[in-house]
Design a protein around this ligand. Structure first.
Ligand code: PRX
Length: 651
């Protein structure tokens, strides 16, 4: 969380940006009454959106709310792939561009809605051929290539539950997720390009597969489309199949399965406060309704828009705002495989110019990196096609907001700062670009049909405290896969029947919400959620380590970086080599995103008399701040030693 001084400054932000008149005039949502109307009858509001989708059978009840369990559109039958593809093809829009993909090396592929429909149907049949049935779990471990979207949609078409695992995760992380979900099939690729080199996904998957007994079939996409240009891989006879071989044998006739609105659509693992990530479960009808509606309202999506969200499909942003929300809206979606600085720091802006991107959605961490790289890079591209900008994943500092507004948006594009989570499934708090007067640094207010509040520990309204979502919403998580207790404990035990997202927040004089960051032991590193416990478990897994404590340290670009305090076995001395070995060990156990930036060796960790590690103190030390209250410490001398050591390091 930011410190008090910074907060006060934030809350006195007096720059205000009303939506430009020309924008409001054409906006999908420009009637301010929408908020009151939705609040007056949220079920009518959401069922209005749901009825814009194709249902095989209508629902009989909009909402069945037995806290903490919500069922939306009860009795309705629907299929997500049908709504993202068939519906548009049947409406005569098959020739319209669905996906415009560019690989990092500059290769491109595009799919019309008809082509994507064919590819997805064919792959659905291929999965069926491998024995995948409704309700089975399929892990998707792919780079950012069109087949990632195809695989997701193919699962939804036949009612299989996908679990997408970010391609940057390690074999151990992949195996944990395969095992927790008991996945039957894994879909991966030979490799994918990232910053000029190939990430060997199949090789990583092979290591994971040794510890994934439930996975009996593996599909391997040749990143280059065929075997003329692929990363060498080992194929295990009887288990591993090339995607293109399966496709060649599969028919493209695959009617979409009628799913119950409450059937599980996917599982997505996210970090929590224990060492074990939790499988967030989303269901079908409500999820599609809210991603569809928010894409249309928050991004003001129109037929002639070219929409680009820079997230990876391995995160919820990629699920909801690259694949499901935009395709349900028949959008023209740009998808890019690689890094923003390859071959140079202007890549994103060249892509915007090349494809005439009109709506651009990225993370504050990326914006801060662009700021540091300088205006010359966006300055080289024609960004006049842009008309709306979005951010997600972490609080955006007003300075970065202003830069985004001026340098990328040319002062004409509204910015939507969208707050939501893996668990919420879709955007919850955000400006509506045709209506909301924005202020740099605040996600403003809850969207129509959503009720957010700030509560204290006891559940009373307060101006500064915990963010709370007080009523059910269609795309809410339904449970944690295989762990109902954890679902109740994590989200529903703080207050009665009110959802606890785990964020701190404040409200200002305009009623705008300022999200301050996580209040639990979850870090937000470059917009990625990482549990401190996960990193700690990875560290103590190393033979030299006895104990560790991990905290977040403010970072100019990433928002937070990881600082690890490590106690070594008695006969082992801390050295620079060991430091990098530990960092790599975490990389190997979890993935490169979880590598600690700073490792401090310490003979002891500061603990209370009851044995609780005082993370607040460690954070103070990591950030070089004056140490707060140490009176509850079992041994106050530990902190002095640590501080002296850390200052020594910095010097
Ligand atoms: O702390 C909040 C932060 O990201 C967390 C959710 O992370 P994840 O489930 O990985 O989903 C990220 C993409 C939706 C939240 O608990 N967060 C997300 N968006 C914002 C944000 N913090 C401040 N402002 C935002 N716009």
């Amino acid at each position: 969380m930011s410190d008090a001084g910074e907060l006060d400054a934030l809350l006195h932000e007096d720059r205000r940006f009303p939506p430009p008149g020309v924008f409001t005039g054409q906006a999908n949502c420009n009637d301010p009454e929408i908020y009151d109307r939705a609040a007056g009858d949220p079920e009518a509001y959401w069922s209005g959106w749901a009825s814009e989708l194709d249902w095989f059978e209508p629902w009989h009840t909009v909402l069945d709310w037995k806290p903490p369990h919500a069922k939306w559109f009860v009795g309705g039958k629907i299929n997500v792939a049908h709504n993202c593809l068939d519906r548009h093809v049947e409406a005569g829009r098959g020739d319209r561009t669905a996906l415009i993909w560019e690989g990092e090396p500059g290769d491109t592929r595009t799919f019309s809605y008809a082509e994507l429909h064919r590819e997805v149907s064919q792959f659905s049949n291929a999965l069926r051929g491998l024995g995948v049935e409704k309700g089975d779990r399929v892990t998707i471990y792919l780079p950012m290539i069109p087949e990632a979207a195809v695989a997701m949609l193919a699962c939804t078409r036949i009612g299989a539950i996908h679990s997408v695992v970010f391609g940057g995760f390690s074999p151990d992380s992949l195996a944990d997720r395969n095992n927790d979900a008991e996945s039957k099939v894994l879909i991966t690729a030979d490799g994918g390009w990232r910053r000029g080199s190939v990430v060997p996904l199949k090789a990583n998957a092979d290591v994971a597969l040794e510890q994934s007994p439930t996975v009996t079939n593996v599909v391997v996409v040749a990143r280059g489309g065929d075997l003329t240009d692929h990363t060498p891989v080992t194929m295990k006879e009887g288990r591993d199949h090339w995607y293109h071989d399966l496709m060649a044998e599969s028919s493209s006739d695959c009617p979409a399965v009628q799913m119950d609105a409450e059937d599980t659509l996917f599982i997505l693992y996210t970090s929590g406060t224990t060492g074990k990530p939790k499988g967030v479960v989303h269901t079908t009808g409500g999820y599609l309704t809210q991603t569809y509606a928010t894409t249309k309202t928050v991004f003001d999506l129109k037929d002639d828009d070219v929409y680009w969200c820079t997230a990876d499909v391995g995160w919820i942003t990629g699920h909801s705002y690259i694949v499901y929300g935009p395709l349900a809206n028949c959008a023209q979606v740009v998808m890019y495989e690689g890094a923003p600085d390859t071959p140079d720091r202007g890549r994103f802006w060249q892509l915007c110019e090349k494809y005439g991107v009109t709506i651009f959605y990225t993370a504050p961490t990326a914006i801060r990196a662009f700021m540091r790289w300088g205006e010359e890079w966006p300055g080289k591209a024609d960004l006049s096609s842009l008309r709306l900008l979005g951010t997600v994943g972490e609080p955006i500092n007003p300075e970065a907001w202003m830069w985004y507004h001026e340098v990328i948006g040319g002062e004409r594009c509204p910015i939507v700062d969208t707050w939501w989570q893996t668990e919420t499934g879709a955007i919850m708090i955000s400006p509506l670009p045709g209506l909301t007067v924005t202020k740099p640094g605040t996600a403003t207010r809850a969207l129509p049909g959503i009720e957010a509040a700030i509560r204290d520990e006891a559940g009373n309204d307060t101006a500064a405290g915990y963010l709370a979502i007080t009523t059910p919403w269609p795309s809410m998580l339904r449970t944690v896969w295989g762990d109902e207790e954890r679902f109740k404990e994590t989200y529903w035990s703080k207050w009665r029947n009110v959802y606890f997202p785990g964020d701190g927040a404040k409200v200002d004089e305009d009623g705008y919400l300022w999200i301050l960051g996580r209040v639990d032991d979850v870090l937000n590193v470059a917009g990625h959620r990482i549990g401190t416990m996960e990193v700690e478990s990875a560290l103590v897994d190393h033979p030299s380590v006895v104990e560790s404590a991990v905290v977040g340290k403010a970072h100019e670009i990433k928002g937070e970086s990881i600082a690890a305090f490590v106690t070594l076995k008695e006969d082992i001395d801390g050295s620079d080599e060991l430091m990098s070995e530990l960092r790599n060990h975490v990389g190997m156990k979890i993935g490169a995103i979880a590598k600690p930036e700073m490792v401090v060796f310490t003979a002891e960790l500061p603990k209370t008399r009851s044995g609780k590690i005082m993370r607040r103190l460690l954070r103070d030390i990591a950030e070089g701040r004056t140490i707060g209250d140490t009176t509850t410490l079992a041994d106050p001398a530990v902190v002095k030693k640590l501080q002296a050591m850390h200052e020594g390091d910095e010097g």
